[in-house]
Design a binder for this molecule. Structure first.
Ligand code: ATP
Ligand code: MG
Length: 108
C-alpha cells in the first residue's frame, strides 16, 4: 500500500506543481478515513484535472530517446488504477483538493 500511496502522491504533486505559478503554495494531506487512507494535494489553480484515460500498457509507452520523460497523460490514469476512488473538491476563494482513496491495510 505504501508504494501505491507514494506513486499517487507523486503524480498529484507533479500535477499541482505544473498547474501552479512559481513560488505558489501547494499542500499535501494524508488522512485515515473509514477503512481507507485519503490522499489529497491542494493547488490554487482554477483549472480542473482532465484525465486522458490512456491505456496503461508497454505498447503505449513510447520509449524513443526523443520522448524521454515526455509520455504525457499517464498520471491520472495511474492514480485511477491504484486508487479505489478519486475526486476533486473545490475550495474558496480559489483552488481545489485533488484526492484519491486507497483501501487501508487490513481493511475489508
Ligand atoms: N491539479 C491540476 N490542476 C489543473 N489541471 C490539472 C491538474 N492535474 C491534472 N491537470 C490536467 O489534466 C491533464 C492530465 O493529467 P495527467 O497527470 O493524467 O497527465 P500529464 O500531467 O499531462 O502527464 P504525466 O502525468 O504523464 O506526466 C494535465 O495535462 C492537465 O492539463
Ligand atoms: Mg501528471
Amino acid at each position: 500500500m505504501v508504494p501505491d500511496a507514494l506513486s499517487i502522491t507523486g503524480e498529484l504533486v507533479a500535477n499541482a506543481l505544473r498547474a501552479s505559478e512559481r513560488l505558489e503554495t501547494i499542500k499535501v494531506h494524508v488522512g485515515l478515513g473509514a477503512g481507507e487512507v485519503v490522499l489529497g494535494v491542494w493547488d490554487g489553480c482554477a483549472a480542473r484535472p482532465a484525465p486522458r484515460r490512456v491505456e496503461l500498457s508497454l505498447e503505449t509507452l513510447d520509449l524513443r530517446e526523443e520522448n524521454f520523460d515526455d509520455n504525457g497523460g499517464w498520471g491520472l490514469s495511474i492514480v485511477d488504477a491504484l486508487a479505489v476512488r478519486s475526486w476533486v473538491e473545490e475550495t474558496r476563494p480559489r483552488g481545489k483538493w485533488v484526492c484519491a482513496a486507497l483501501k487501508a491495510v487490513g481493511a475489508c
